[in-house]
Design a protein around this ligand. Structure first.
Ligand code: DQA
Length: 150
């Protein structure tokens, strides 16, 4: 199998996992999640990098930097999912397949969380599986890449 590069990108407030509304987002920290994903990537034989930023512009820059370096992006854009044309444009511009991830089931929550600027250009969306959603997404991304490069 080719050594695929996958980027996990987390947006605003996701650095506060474990502290932030644990009844919605759980008690686990971002550091723990990233470590689990790195371990899993190793067993899957893919390269994984994890980034988080609270800033919209920084997220745009990180997406641009992925151009021609990264094979697949797993992105939880947090609240920017519901507001950011800039992040959408950045993802459209680099032509890298991506999954949109949400820890919570955004469709069960406030109406403003039902709109996503990313869903219609994502390969898929994972929402409501807690932090396990990232692991599902990583498995699915590897399957997608294997299929696409057959
Ligand atoms: C979130 C859902 C968003 O509505 C919210 O703004 C977040 C986290 C989730 O993972 O469930 O920051 O993306």
């Amino acid at each position: 199998m080719a050594n695929y590069s996958i980027l996990v990108l987390n947006g605003p407030n996701l650095n506060m996992l474990g502290v932030r509304e644990p009844q919605i987002y759980g008690k686990d920290t971002l550091l723990n999640l990233e470590q689990r994903l790195l371990d899993k990537a190793k067993t899957l034989g893919v390269s994984l990098s994890c980034k988080q930023s609270n800033s919209e512009g920084e997220l745009v820059t990180l997406i641009q930097k992925a151009y021609q370096k990264i094979d697949f992006i797993l992105i939880n854009a947090g609240a920017y999912t519901h507001t950011s044309v800039a992040i959408r444009d950045a993802l459209s511009g680099i032509d890298i397949p991506f999954y949109e991830i949400h820890i919570s089931n955004v469709h069960k929550r406030e109406p403003f969380r039902h709109l996503s600027y990313l869903s219609d250009i994502a390969v898929g969306v994972i929402a409501g599986f807690g932090l396990y959603g990232y692991e599902l997404a990583l498995d699915a991304a590897v399957k997608y890449l294997e299929q696409a490069h057959k």
